[in-house]
Design a protein around this ligand. Structure first.
Ligand SMILES: C[S@@+](CC[C@H](N)C(=O)[O-])C[C@H]1O[C@@H](n2cnc3c(N)ncnc32)[C@H](O)[C@@H]1O
Length: 397
C-alpha cells in the first residue's frame, strides 16, 4: 500500500491525524493536520486500522508552519506539534479531549472549557544518555535519541548547560531547575527511574548539584514547595499554578475549605494540591506511593493539619472525605483506582488527567459509580507537544 493519498479529518490523542482508507478503515498519520490532503505509505497494518508514514502534503492546512526547532527535522520525538501554529494548539487539544470523551467515555454533551495561559518552558526534562556521553531526546516510537543543538521546550537554565554536559554509567538523566531560586540539579538513573550507582557527569556548571537526593524549591500560588529529583513535579511552576487554579475552581470554595469534610489528595506527589488548593484550616490526607515524594509532602505540609500515607492508592483503606482530588499518572486510575475514588463517596471529586483516553475511561467509571460530570477544563501545560491536561469536576448524585 505505497503511494496512498488520504484526507486527514482530525487530530486524535497521541497527536496523529485520523484519516480513512478507501476500504473504510481508519488510518493514523503522524505529522498531518486536519483537512490536509497528504501522500503517505503504509507503516503498519493492524487489521482493523493502519498507521501511515507521511510522504508529502498535497494540500496544506492554513495552520501548518515550518517547525521552529531544527531537531524536529532530525527526528526528535519531544515536540510532536511543532508543525501546527502555536495559536491553534489549545483548540486542537480541546477537540482531542472532546473526541476521547465521546468515543472512549461515551460522554457526549460535556461542557468543555479551554484554559488560556502560558505554561512556559519546562523546568524538568528527562533525557537519554548516549554511548558517547551526550544527552538526547528519544525519537518517536524508538529507543534511538537525537541530540538537540538547543531545546526551545526546556527552560534556559537547562538548555544552556546541554551543549557541554556529558554523562556516563546511566541510561537516563533527569535535569531540573527552579524558576524561583535558579537552583539546578541532575539525577542519573536507569529507564525505570532507579538510581545509577556508578554514574558520573562532566561539563556541568559549578552551581549544578549532581545527586539523586538533591531537591529544588519552587513557589506555586504563594507557597514554597520542595521537589526532590526522584519526585514528580509539574512541567513548570507556572504550569502548576494554572493547574492549581483549575483544581480549586472545580473543587468549589466549600469543599476546598474543608467545610464538607476532609480533603483527600490521591496520587498526591509532593503535596501540591494539599498545600495550595485546600484551605489553610482544611484537614488533608495525601496518598502517594513514591517514598521521595512522601518525604517532600511531609516537609511541604509540616505547618498544616495534614497526613501523608505512603501506599498505593489501590491498597489504601478509604475513609470519608468532603473532597477527593485524584491526579494519577498517564495510565489513569484504572478500574481499581476508580473503585477506590468512588468508595470514599465524597460529595465532590476532582479528577486531573494527563492522558485524554485514560481520563475519559476513568470518568466513565466514576459516572457509572454515581457521579455527575459537571465539566472539564482543558489545559496546554506542554507547549508544542500533543500532551494535554484535563481537570474534571464531579458531584455525587
Ligand atoms: C501526575 S503525578 C501527580 C502528583 C501531584 N498531584 C502533583 O500535581 O504534583 C502522579 C503521582 O502519583 C504517584 N503514583 C503513581 N501511581 C500510584 C499509585 N498506584 N498509588 C499512589 N501513588 C501513585 C506518582 O509517584 C506521582 O507522584
Amino acid at each position: 500500500m505505497d503511494g496512498l493519498t488520504v484526507r486527514a479529518e482530525r487530530l486524535v490523542a497521541g497527536g496523529d491525524a485520523l484519516a480513512r482508507l478507501d476500504d473504510g478503515r481508519v488510518a493514523f498519520v503522524p505529522g498531518a493536520l486536519p483537512g490536509e490532503l497528504v501522500r503517505a505509505s503504509l507503516a503498519e497494518d493492524r487489521g482493523d486500522y493502519v498507521r501511515l508514514s507521511l510522504g508529502s502534503v498535497v494540500e496544506p492546512s492554513p495552520s501548518r508552519v515550518q517547525p521552529a526547532c531544527p531537531s524536529v527535522a532530525e527526528g526528535c520525538g519531544g515536540c510532536t506539534l511543532q508543525h501546527l501554529e502555536r495559536g491553534a494548539h489549545l483548540s486542537a487539544k480541546v477537540e482531542i479531549v472532546r473526541e476521547a470523551l465521546a468515543r472512549t467515555g461515551r460522554l457526549g454533551d460535556v461542557p468543555l472549557r479551554s484554559v488560556e495561559g502560558d505554561a512556559g518552558p519546562r523546568t524538568t526534562v528527562r533525557m537519554a544518555v548516549l554511548p558517547d556521553g551526550r544527552l538526547g531526546f528519544r525519537r518517536r516510537a524508538s529507543n534511538d535519541a537525537v541530540v538537540p543543538r538547543s531545546c526551545m521546550a526546556a527552560h534556559p537554565l537547562i538548555d544552556g548547560m546541554l551543549p557541554e554536559l556529558r554523562a556516563s554509567g546511566a541510561e537516563e538523566a533527569t535535569i531540573r531547575c527552579s524558576i524561583s531560586t535558579g537552583a539546578r540539579a541532575i539525577w542519573l538513573h536507569d529507564a525505570k527511574g532507579r538510581d545509577a550507582r556508578r554514574a558520573a557527569v562532566s561539563g556541568e556548571p559549578e552551581d549544578v548539584e549532581v545527586d539523586p537526593r538533591a531537591s529544588v524549591v519552587e513557589r506555586v500560588a504563594g507557597v514554597d514547595l520542595r521537589a526532590s529529583m526522584r519526585s514528580f513535579f509539574q512541567s513548570s511552576a507556572r504550569a502548576a499554578e494554572l493547574l492549581v487554579a483549575e483544581v480549586r475552581a472545580a473543587a468549589g470554595d466549600e469543599a476546598a475549605a474543608g467545610a464538607l469534610g476532609d480533603v483527600v489528595d490521591l496520587y498526591g506527589g509532593i503535596g501540591l494540591f494539599s498545600a495550595t488548593v485546600a484551605g489553610p484550616r482544611a484537614r488533608t490526607l495525601v496518598v502517594e506511593s513514591n517514598p521521595a515524594a512522601c518525604a517532600d509532602a511531609r516537609h511541604n505540609l509540616r505547618d498544616r493539619d495534614a497526613g501523608v500515607v505512603a501506599v498505593q492508592v489501590e491498597q489504601w483503606d478509604p475513609r470519608p472525605a468532603g473532597l477527593v482530588i485524584a491526579d494519577p499518572s498517564r495510565t489513569g486510575l484504572g478500574r481499581r483506582g476508580a473503585a477506590v475514588v468512588a468508595s470514599v463517596r465524597a460529595p465532590r471529586v476532582v479528577l486531573v488527567s494527563c492522558d485524554p483516553v485514560a481520563g475519559a475511561r476513568d470518568l466513565r467509571m466514576l459516572v457509572d459509580a454515581g457521579y455527575a460530570l459537571d465539566g472539564v477544563a482543558v489545559l496546554d501545560l506542554f507547549p508544542w507537544t500533543h500532551h494535554v491536561e484535563t481537570v474534571a469536576a464531579l458531584t455525587l448524585r
